[in-house]
Design a protein around this ligand. Structure first.
Ligand code: CP3
Length: 357
């Protein structure tokens, strides 16, 4: 592998963000306040998002740098969150290598020809940075406009991407995915390895263009038992983290329902591990093991309760985080589409106020 060569704009923007509360917390350094951002902060809960997206398909919007930059900036302006997350979707790199898929409103990613055989696997070619020139362009705009606010790049983890590819769409039980994993381990390992390379290439594009941190979303991996995760998933996720390690940007690893997997997810190599709301953050930190920051973990449904109740539940998260040497406040999963945006703005202010040092 060649030496990483971030461009000069990226270096300048990175310098401005380097001392931000978010990046300091990722590195487990002292912070002026606990940093806050929200998974899925850019999107349907915001009226200004629905306005700019009118008449433009989800995947089309991901390929328009001006629109991507605007949507990424919207929650930063409105909520004063401590980090921006790049507006895209986990299936964008798959679309970019020619997989025939679409994101259907209210459904999610749907794949025309699911991947279930060796011949299907051969259709997944490596990602060339030129396949996603619009990402380089949008990240470039963003790092200039964000100033000192760090930009988080992201990608889907091999297991979660495999689930969409094998099932052909969203799935509750992941039955075809598991059938392949148990029934043809050789093909399964080859699929995850190929997805690891695509994911790593996609993260590198974002980092080289100026992203200050990256998050690997393994949203659906909580469906697995620890032994299956260790054997059939961990090597591919570890390959992704290792591939981007030379850049030195913080690497975040997140999944839902991963209480029993947190130790193994820590072993996969991230610097920060995200937990959902089912495990308190101090217990999550104990399970993840030493030397890693923790991100989380207010239940996104709590935001539908009155303000005082939201604050009581947020206070519980902060209390559990008190002894940790690196905590990034977030929800335990993404912002739900019907969330009142004001509840998010108020929550950011509350966390900042309560943790100001
Ligand atoms: C599993 C997953 C997907 N996509 C993603 C994940 C991992 C995170 C998680 O677990 O929630 C990641 C994602 N998708 C989107 C972002 C944008 C950045 C952000 O604000 O976090 C991110 C980080 C935009 C989006 N991705 C999608 C939307 C909604 C589509 C729209 O606004 O038209 C947005 C804003 C579509 C999508 N794409 C996917 C789903 C499940 C959906 C929702 C389907 C629906 O209910 O409509 C796959």
């Amino acid at each position: 592998m060649g030496q990483p060569t971030p461009n000069q704009n990226a270096v300048a923007a990175g310098d401005a963000a380097a001392d931000s509360a978010f990046l300091r917390a990722c590195r487990r350094e002292a912070v002026p306040h606990t940093p806050v951002w929200f998974m899925r902060q850019a999107g349907r809960s915001l009226p200004e998002y629905r306005k700019v997206r009118q008449g433009i398909g989800m995947l089309d919007s991901c390929m328009r740098p001006d629109l991507v930059a605007e949507i990424t900036l919207q929650p930063v302006r409105r909520h004063k969150v401590d980090a921006a997350i790049y507006f895209s979707d986990i299936v964008v790199p798959l679309k970019a290598i020619g997989v025939d898929l679409d994101i259907k409103p209210g459904v999610g990613p749907v794949v025309e020809q699911p991947v279930r055989s060796r011949a299907d696997l051969e259709r997944l070619r490596p990602l060339d940075p030129e396949d996603v020139g619009y990402v380089t362009e949008a990240v470039g705009i963003l790092t200039r406009e964000l100033g000192g606010t760090p930009l988080i790049g992201f990608a889907g983890a091999p297991f979660t991407l495999a689930s969409y590819l094998v099932e052909g769409g969203p799935s509750k039980n992941h039955e075809r995915t598991k059938a392949l994993m148990y029934g043809d381990p050789e093909l399964w390992n080859a699929l995850l390895d190929r997805l690891a390379d695509i994911t790593a290439a996609f993260l590198k594009v974002q980092i080289e263009a100026g992203a200050s941190a990256v998050q690997l979303f393994d949203s659906w991996v909580g469906a697995l038992a620890p032994e299956d995760y260790r054997r059939s998933v961990l090597p591919a996720s570890a390959k992704v983290f290792e591939a981007v390690a030379p850049y030195g940007v913080p690497r975040i690893h997140f999944g839902v329902g991963t209480g029993e997997l947190l130790g193994l997810m820590g072993q996969a190599g991230a610097d920060v591990v995200g937990a959902d709301w089912r495990v308190p953050v101090d217990e999550a930190a104990r399970r993840v093991g030493p030397g890693k920051a923790i991100q989380g973990n207010l239940d996104p449904a709590v935001l539908f309760a009155p303000r005082e109740a939201v604050e009581r539940q947020a206070a519980r998260v902060l209390e559990a985080a008190r002894g940790l040497d690196g905590h990034i406040f977030n929800l335990g999963h993404g912002v739900l589409p019907d969330t009142d945006p004001q509840a998010l703005t108020d929550l950011v202010a509350y966390v900042h106020e309560q943790t100001a040092r």
